[in-house]
Ligand binder design. Structure first.
Ligand code: DQA
Length: 146
């Protein structure tokens, strides 16, 4: 069975309480549950990890090397300056989908992504649905690579 890693970066542990008019009212646990349900229906295994520290996210990616088939990541603000995270995603050499709850393209200029040119693709602006949508796409991508 394919295994997909969901990574969430800084401050996403506060979802539900944090700026709900931008990020929605669901908590990280609520979203993970919706992703689990989607994963069951798609017959795929999912793994979740969140950290506020860039190095911890990188360690996790490196430690999962060889045991995961794809990465779906909401890097939080690391999207805008996380060059060592970007390198770690490139080094993973598996499909990567960058996701955002908000449409970063319609927000402040500094919210442009420095990661998007080195990932397989990006899904942004659909709230929690960005997560489940990405899983559906990833299952297709991983299937194509088999
Ligand atoms: C975010 C957008 C980022 O700019 C912000 O720093 C986040 C969340 C999103 O999901 O919309 O933490 O990645």
């Amino acid at each position: 069975m394919s295994k997909i890693l969901f990574l969430n970066g800084p401050n996403l542990n506060l979802l539900g309480k944090r700026n709900p008019e931008v990020y929605g009212s669901k908590t990280m646990d609520d979203i993970n549950l919706l992703v689990e349900e989607k994963a069951n229906s798609l017959d795929v295994e999912v793994l979740f990890y969140q950290s506020n520290a860039e190095g911890d996210l990188i360690d996790f990616i490196q430690n999962q090397r060889g045991s995961i088939d794809g990465i779906i990541i909401n890097p939080g603000a690391l999207t805008h300056y996380g060059y060592s995270l970007k390198d770690a995603l490139l080094d993973a050499a598996i499909p990567v989908i960058e996701i955002h709850l908000s449409n970063i393209h319609g927000r402040e200029e500094w919210r442009r992504s420095i990661i998007s040119d080195s990932v397989t693709g990006q899904i942004a602006g659909f709230g929690w649905r960005s997560y489940t949508c990405a899983l559906e796409v990833m299952v297709g991508l991983v299937g194509d690579n088999r």
